[in-house]
Design a protein around this ligand. Structure first.
Ligand SMILES: [Zn+2]
Length: 159
């Protein structure tokens, strides 16, 4: 296990690691992923905000303090996730699962079903009882088959 900065695990994922960023967000970890950021900005923000910069770029890894960086070597997202979980105490907590927007990293808010009725397919509305919305980008989430598969996938690595 590696040491990490700050009290809570927080990450920055480089532009090669979009799926990995979504996996970490699904588990509730604050994970910055922003295609507008340069390498230098990702490094500086990671240091300033006590984040661990996950990167496939050897140079960027070497230019970032050890405490704030992990060199991810696999090309496969689930293996990348396993690399992170091998070095940091990444855990699955029911209360944190799907608590963050997979698209933009904001914390999700549970919505009253009536309020989202017009925005979800009727079949989904009938089958689901809980809906979560990102107030930042408006994306809606519910625990459908896709989310169940994601949960299984992540648990296969960290259990
Ligand atoms: Zn969002």
């Amino acid at each position: 296990m590696k040491e990490y900065p700050g009290e809570a695990l927080r990450f920055t994922a480089d532009l090669m690691l979009k799926r990995l960023a979504k996996y970490l967000r699904a588990l509730g970890y604050d994970t910055l992923f922003d295609e507008q950021l340069t390498d230098a900005e990702m490094r500086d923000i990671s240091i300033a905000e006590n984040r661990i910069l996950l990167t496939r770029d050897q140079d960027l890894y070497e230019q970032t303090p050890e405490l704030h960086s992990l060199h991810v070597t696999s090309q496969h997202p689930l293996e990348q996730f396993a690399e992170v979980a091998a070095q940091y105490p990444v855990t699955f907590r029911e209360s944190r699962f799907m608590s963050r927007c997979l698209e933009c990293n904001s914390v999700l808010v549970e919505m009253h079903p009536e309020d989202v009725k017009e925005d979800v397919p009727p079949r989904v509305y009938e089958r689901q009882e809980q809906f979560y919305q990102c107030l930042q980008c408006d994306q809606l989430f519910w625990h459908g088959d896709h989310v169940k598969r994601l949960r299984k996938k992540l648990l296969s690595v960290i259990e």
